[in-house]
Design a protein around this ligand. Structure first.
Ligand code: AHM
Length: 335
């Protein structure tokens, strides 16, 4: 018989313990995180089956039960939207997968004080080749009046206003990492009990690391400053301890997760034909900038702090540079 290790704290136990430190807290954020954790467990099950599509039926085809097999990113999007709609902590959601916001607009949701933005399955192009992918989320306290449906302005807040942000990485093990202003904590899914268990308490991003992560194929489309910095990363110098190792999977959750834990810098710069790069401010840059900053690192768009950018539209893109504080400062001297 498997014995449960009582010294291990589950995600629920951890958020409730945090809540007890604030007697006036309502517990809505804990419930919200629990809802996201539940969606993550369901998505995890499907992601783990992804390699079986060839024998179980391709996406879009009809499976043996007569159901249409949904694309995984659509499945993930529906799961997250569904749990948040049926929970009691969220007034509406925005998703990288959907053009428009979903305002829940029912009696309970209109009383909820949070809105959530998410990228349900980031890096989904990597599914076919069994590379880790992830879910990214960002939580804002709404600014509109409680009791009414939430509005676009609740979502279009600068990243500094995030109450929490996090990600789930579907990797060699599945982890949920989330940050509030109080710290960044990581939980690993224990499949034997189906719970996320605290495995990485109080994560700090090392001040310097050994990794730089960037799409080298786009090198000649980057600005001179970025090119010079990348070239510098490949040189041996006393001051930086370089050369750094280049690590780039092309799955932001995996690339940033590694650099958060081990130290390093992640870059998706603007390019000659795409001055704002590829990644989305609200779904990718903001949540990771928040996590990295709470962990002691830095995040900019090459000029300004990501968290200070006032968004003008939900799906806007932004160049992004984030990671270990010392490496970011080195980069800034080139830009
Ligand atoms: P997606 O929104 O199509 O999933 O793309 C996002 C991903 C990020 O996870 C990753 O950092 C980036 O795209 C990689 O892009 P590129 O292949 O251009 O380097």
């Amino acid at each position: 018989m498997t014995m449960i290790n009582r010294s291990v704290q589950t995600l629920d136990e951890f958020t409730i313990q945090q809540l007890r430190m604030f007697p006036k807290a309502t517990g809505e954020l804990s419930r919200l995180l629990r809802d996201i954790g539940l969606a993550a467990k369901r998505i995890n099950v499907e992601v783990n089956k992804a390699g079986l599509v060839d024998i179980l039926g391709d996406y879009g085809s009809v499976n043996i039960q007569g159901e249409t097999v949904k694309k995984l990113d659509v499945f993930a999007n529906n799961q997250l939207t569904g749990v948040l709609r049926h929970g009691i902590s969220c007034a509406g959601v925005g998703s990288e997968e959907m053009d428009d916001l979903v305002i829940f607009n029912d009696e309970v949701s209109n009383q909820s004080k949070y809105v959530v933005l998410f990228d349900p399955l980031d890096g989904s192009a990597n599914i076919d080749v069994n590379v880790s992918i992830g879910t990214i989320f960002s939580v804002f306290r709404r600014v509109s009046e409680l009791g009414k449906p939430c509005v676009e302005a609740d979502f279009l807040q600068p990243g500094i206003k995030q109450v929490a942000a996090g990600y789930i990485i579907y990797g060699s093990s599945t982890m949920l990492v989330y940050a509030t202003r109080r710290g960044v904590n990581g939980f690993t899914l224990d499949p034997s009990i189906g719970e996320f268990c605290l495995s990485h308490p109080d994560i700090k991003c090392p001040e310097f690391g050994k990794f730089y992560s960037v799409n080298h194929g786009n090198f000649f489309q980057y600005s001179k400053g970025v090119q010079d910095y990348i070239t510098q990363c490949q040189k041996k110098t006393e001051a930086t301890g370089g050369p750094y190792a280049q690590r780039y999977i092309g799955s932001m959750v995996s690339d940033v997760h590694r650099n958060l834990i081990k130290g390093g810098i992640f870059m998706y710069p603007g390019m000659t034909d795409k001055p704002n790069g590829k990644l989305r401010l609200m779904y990718e840059c903001n949540p990771f900038a928040f996590i990295i900053e709470v962990a002691g690192g830095k995040a900019t768009n090459g000029k300004d702090r990501i968290l200070d950018i006032q968004p003008v539209e939900l799906h806007q893109r932004s160049p992004v540079f984030l990671g270990s504080k010392g490496m970011m400062e080195e980069l800034e001297s080139y830009l």
